[in-house]
Write a protein of this length. Structure first.
Length: 82
């Protein structure tokens, strides 16, 4: 059970800039608490809130709002997506 990939497109970039959110495709079996623990432990981020949805492709997408002391843009740059 893991994060499959992080999403970087125009909408995700806008969410990162305006709402301090990162977007990830995650394993279908993960619930919000498990996603939060996984991101915080693996990447050293603090999470304020997580929203999830199932895409039309049958993937689970998590929109992860970071706390104010962390920057979504900086995170995307650190992992090499921007």
């Amino acid at each position: 059970m893991s994060i499959i990939r992080f999403v970087m497109n125009e909408k995700a970039l806008r969410m990162a800039e305006k709402e301090n959110k990162i977007v990830a495709i995650v394993d279908m079996k993960l619930n919000k608490n498990e996603i939060k623990r996984l991101i915080e432990k693996t990447y050293g981020l603090k999470i304020e809130k997580i929203n999830t949805l199932i895409t039309s492709k049958g993937e689970k997408k998590a929109m992860i709002k970071l706390t104010k002391e962390f920057s979504a843009i900086d995170f995307y740059a650190k992992i090499g997506l921007i």
